[in-house]
Write a protein that binds this ligand. Sequence first.
Ligand SMILES: *Cc1c(COP(=O)(O)O)cnc(C)c1O
Length: 344
Amino acid sequence: MEEIDLRSDTVTHPTPEMREAMARAEVGDDVLREDPTINRLQEMAAAMMGKEAGLFVPSGTMGNLLAVLTHCGRGDEVIMGDLAHTFLYEAGGVAALGGVMPHTIPNQPDGTLKLEDIRAAIRPDDVHHPVSRLVVLENTHNRCGGVPLTVEYTCRAGELAHRHGLLLHLDGARIFNAAVALGIRAAELATPADSVTFCLSKGLCAPVGSVLCGTVEFIERARRIRKQLGGGMRQAGVLAAAGIVALTKMIDRLAEDHQRARMLAEGLANISGLRLDHPVPATNMVFVSLADSVSYSAAQIAERLRSDGVKIGVVGERRFRLVTHYWIDDQKVEKTIEAFRRAI
Ligand SMILES: *Cc1c(COP(=O)(O)O)cnc(C)c1O
């Protein structure tokens, strides 16, 4: 039985073309900046984000951590959503390693932060207060349903931050999903931000890696901190080679994942006992909950699905997350809907 894994797009393994490129990759010592494949990936990434420079990092978590550590000093404050990945799922790294205080404000259902909430969170210049240094936005917003933030909103948030002397970092783990959904270039979404990270290892299917982008000066400082964190890799061009395939071949096809997320949502909506957060998912994530009429818990339903060959994410007592990706075709979507029908 072929397994269907919808827990996340992080479960994607590299495509045959990636494995081929990895085997052939020209490599060098990247700490000495001599890996031509990494250098090429970083240049491509920076160009696609509309930034001067890029830095290859092992994970999105390290990319966000580096951004915060590079922009902020100890005791500084970073304003972010209470549902932000950086707040919830990065092991408290900004506090543990940077002494940086997260100042959370409510994420709205559309993934945004209210501009007035950001404004109110910015501290006045007073010896009693931490220094407000940075705002972090997330696009697409994972916990808010994989929704894309618009260019207009991002510009307004960036203007607000800059007007008060703060910087803006964009956690663009899935920025290409946002760009494809909005029908624009990712650079338009990244332009208002001083720095941006995106993941190669999610919907783009590369096995490892993210890229942090910003000005040359910012990336030079981030490079030293990457070394401090133990993220200075050597012949990692074998990984970057897959990243180059990800950026050249895997972006436009994300529209297929979005289409399959809509198919999946439509099928699940027809099963009594299931309630969708968003009847029409914006990108590749489907959030669905159990109606009160269902006596099983989400964990029990997930277990039944698993024994039927379908893995899904449990994100609450009665709630699931299903993420479509390259290795989920139409047939797997249909099988998943059937498995849900049987399980419920
Ligand atoms: C996945 C993700 C990250 C980074 O995750 P890694 O697993 O460390 O690569 C950061 N932000 C968001 C919104 C994510 O979904």
